[in-house]
Design a protein around this ligand. Structure first.
Ligand SMILES: [Zn+2]
Length: 269
């Protein structure tokens, strides 16, 4: 037992060091994220790590008064979509500033795929070359994921679904969040198709736009988050596809996206 306080202390030191390392690497990678800004978000290591051992970090932002609706916000599932990570940070900052007045309970993961983001050059897939957005365990994964990849993507490595459903630690991390946090809504940030997509239950009023992004429902793919969480688990999944992977939307566009999102969330509450 005497070793326990030392062990706890060691875990805390390791966690802090990981958060600092993470913010150092991230601020070097993205010009929109500063080290002190990243540290100020007090991201917490989840205990899950990427293939290359980078901690997968999240931040819960909940209002003072308990609310019934939980929102899971995921950025950087694809490592080469920098704007999605940058905007996730900005929105997390915004949530923290508004915390006392929030009307929902948020869990934000700004970078689901740090290995892909921190590669030089950054890559869509994780360190093992798996497209995380084709690795979710939708019921048709075994029968369709590899067929779809071969037939419709001609084995393009950017869309490789992996050797098995949920074979990747980053995918399993998101699955654990869905299981434990039980979100009512999932929002995933991507780029660069300049649209808003929705997958999930049909009784939900679907937003027609978020700022400059108009609703265009593309359908889902075997192993995608939309097919797994939206169609299989019946959790509304809103996919925000920014217009550019490299450049952030303007301040005015971000503001109008944020307002439209808040308006929609209030409507379906
Ligand atoms: Zn993407």
């Amino acid at each position: 037992m005497r070793g326990l306080p030392f062990f706890i202390c060691l875990v805390l030191i390791v966690s802090t060091a990981s958060a600092e390392d993470f913010c150092t690497t991230l601020s070097k990678k993205l010009r929109t994220v500063t080290y002190s800004g990243c540290k100020g978000l007090t991201l917490q290591p989840s205990g899950h790590t990427s293939i290359e051992g980078i901690p997968l970090m999240a931040r819960r932002v909940r209002p003072q008064t308990p609310v019934p609706s939980r929102i899971l916000f995921l950025g950087g599932i694809h490592g080469d979509e920098w704007a999605s990570v940058s905007l996730s940070y900005l929105w997390l900052q915004n949530l923290i500033e508004q915390q006392p007045h929030l009307r929902h309970d948020w869990l934000v993961v700004p970078v689901v795929n740090p290995d892909g983001l921190f590669r030089r050059p950054s890559q869509r897939t994780n360190a093992r070359g798996v497209d995380l957005n084709r690795n979710f365990p939708s019921p048709d994964w075994h029968t369709h994921a590899h067929n779809w990849w071969q037939q419709f993507k001609r084995r393009n490595p950017r869309y490789y679904p992996g050797p098995a459903p949920a074979s990747e630690p980053e995918t399993r991390y998101v699955l654990s969040l869905i299981r434990n946090f039980q979100p009512h809504i999932i929002i995933a940030l991507h780029a660069p198709y300049k649209l808003l997509d929705y997958d999930g239950p049909h009784h939900i009023i679907v937003p027609q736009k978020l700022g400059p992004l108009k609703l265009r429902q593309l359908g889902t793919y075997p192993g995608s988050l939309g097919r797994y969480a939206g169609e299989y688990l019946h959790i509304p999944v809103l996919t925000i596809e920014l217009a550019s992977a490299a450049n952030m939307p303007t301040r005015q566009q971000i503001q109008s996206m944020w307002q439209d999102l808040a308006h929609w969330l209030d409507k379906i509450r």
